[in-house]
Design a protein around this ligand. Sequence first.
Ligand code: KOT
Length: 890
Amino acid sequence: KVRSMLDISFPPKEEDTSNGVAPKLGVEASIEHELKYRVSANNTDARPVKLYQSVAWSVHDRLVDAFDQTQAYWKEKDPKHIYYLSAEFLMGRTLTNAVNNLDLGGEYAEALKKYGADLETVATGELDAALGNGGLGRLAACFLDSMASLDLPGWGYGIRYRYGMFKQGVKDGLQVELPDYWLDNGNPWEIRRPETQFKVGFYGSLEDGKWVPGEEVIAEAYDVPIPGYKTKTCGNLRLWDALAPEEFDLEAFNAGDYSKAVEQKRRADGITAVLYPNDATEEGKELRLKQQFFFVSASLQDTIARYLEQHKDLAGLPDKACFQMNDTHPTIAVAELMRLLIDEHGLSYDDAWAITTKCVAYTNHTVMPEALEKWPVRVLAKLLPRHMQLIEQINSNWLDSITGHVTAKVEAELAASDAEKQKKAAAAAEERKAALVAAEAKGEEALAAAKKVVSEEEAAEEKPADKATLVEEKLKTYSIIQENQWTKGEMLVNMAYLAVVGSFAVNGVAAIHSEIIKTDIFPHFVEIFPERFQNKTNGVTLRRWLAYCNPELSALITEALGTDEWVRDATLLAKLKPFAEDAAFRARWREVKQQKKKALAERIREQTGYQVSTEPMYDIHVKRIHEYKRQYMNAISLIHRYKVLKEMTPEQRAKAVPRVVVFGGKAASAYYMAKKIVALILSIGETVNNDPEIGDLLKVVFLPNYNVSEAELIIPAAEISQHISTAGTEASGTSNMKFALNGALIIGTLDGANIEIGENTGFENLFIFGVKADEINKLREDRKNFSDYDPRYTAALQMVSSGVFGRPEYFEDLVASITDMNRGNDWFLLANDFASYMDAQDAIDELYRDQEEWTRRSIIYTASNGFFSSDRTIDQYAREIWNVQPTPQP
Ligand code: KOT
């Protein structure tokens, strides 16, 4: 049974025995202490959420002990640190993770018995910390867990958004966005550090080469302890909040300055107010750039200040600090580190550049052109004039440094084309000579005419290209500052280029993605520094994504392996393989899946009102809503499935394989098509789920507000999961790894990490379909004359257009986006992949009929994918990029 918060009862009041500092108390006494003194819940007004708060504060105190000890130890040992700079950390809930990583699960479970509560239920009292959009932010959170678990000295640095990712609701069949009040009940997981503040400037001008900011805010630190798994190590996530200077400069806060002070406060508040809700699209707003600079500047100042407490000379910074930039969002770090070193610490430009390029590394997470950040020079120069000046200098030095290379390239090309041209010219001259001879034979008039043609042809002959112009043109393609291809005359700073030039390492996040960035995004940089480019295939923490979200399956794995060491060393999962052949083990594996399906069915009923059976196959498609991720193609396939079921005889229906199809994911609030895709899925569900003829044969559910906590419930219940992006568009994907580890089979394209999952699991165990990444360009070209529509596809779209699911006008442009040459022309190639997608779906139905074989494969998935532990990923970063060593406390 899924326990409800209401099942928790409070025991009658006992005599108060707490009289000491909380950490000195045992777990039970400390919970009581917190209930009484911190949360102030006496037995009569005690609410379950207050029990959560008390437990959380009790754990907090234990975390602080671990945190203080680790940080003091690291300070003493002074090892090199990794600083993970990220605009997003999608942490989710903390309680279960903290208790179990601290190895206090048993003690807390015991203490909670007194309240008739269990940890799992109490944990639901916590709101998610949703300081991220999706994969990129969650990856950062998994990385923190792995860094601490591997005893690596490392901190995350980010922004303490007061509003995280919006809460998604559904109203009248559409997505609505509601504010995320995640800090409303207080946050036991953070420690405010009013003693750690830095000034961050914006705007202003350069006076005698010195930047005089026109606006200043104060960055104040909040520390979030990150406990490693069963180690003394406790890392840190430092998040910055923005304050107006007047807030603590009380003297200036006099009557005369009152309105100015209020305005300053409003502006400062604005910086950390809200996370931009766009995943893999750029938000070209000045405030976004302000956020980026704000947290980057505070983080660099903080690091340098700590470094200088122990070292005199900044030349040694690269031996003590590495800054990993999570995508281009923190790329202004390249210019800010230069500014701090030159303007604040008096280094020469060249020395500063040498240090910067040894400290900074860059991870690229997407090849979607609309996500590649390009800031107008105008915006940058206004907000950060000194940084713009430095970027210009960086760019001009960079272009100078490669002019030799580019010139040689142009010369080689010229030589090659010259030889070609000379050959052509010689042939043409021969032809002309022959023509003249022939014309001469025909007489005066013909000769005159032929001479005229020849002189025209000679005049039209290609002049040799001017080398200087060619070099100049080519250099532009390497330039960090480029002209906007759409708005002539507007100059843009290409942040990815700045990141590549300023970093000592650049990596992609899955094998195929790391190749694509080399061939398609940065080919000319690869020519210059091939050794800079690397791959680091993403991973996920097995603590949160298997051990804690699926304790039932974990118990079974531990029993089979005779140890729970696999939670630390995921390669041990491979030892599960033989159990796939054991029928009794398979039966127990199925039982666990059944239990998790039941919990999900209960959640679906709670959230949507739909009653779904636990017998059908659970088919899950959860991720941000995006055209490239092709939830739309899945929706079309479901329309077809519905149509087929409707047309079946009762005998045929009795043989059909029933499915519950669950979608989840948020559409960015301004993403027009994505919102329509959500609406379409909701409408299909409305029609299908209320069709009495269909019953349990098909249910289509859109589960609102997909977030980390929902994922922890959904993923363990999945039997098949969908990862069906157009090949070449999804850099990696990470939920595919979570599903695989929880024994869900995968239907997917040859994209991102699906490929490596296939290599590890055996491709024959996945349902792979669709075109390949290297065919995409040509297929897009061919779409100008595309007519090869699958009749099932056309019929399904026809049903949308004719109003079977309501609101045909509303869906008109969604349909047009994949059928109309002039309105999108199916950029993500749904029509090209549809038939093979349907074949894969048929194969799934067929295999599901054989539950023994299905379960066998499910076990193989879990056994095969230990590679995708973020411990492995982080170990590779630490060795191959960061050069940071494990520093455990004795
Ligand atoms: C880009 C701009 C703003 C916000 C987010 C992004 C973003 C997200 N870029 N890439 N991602 C995803 O990152 C994940 C972690 O590496 C990948 O698994 C996923 O394929 C990316 O889409």
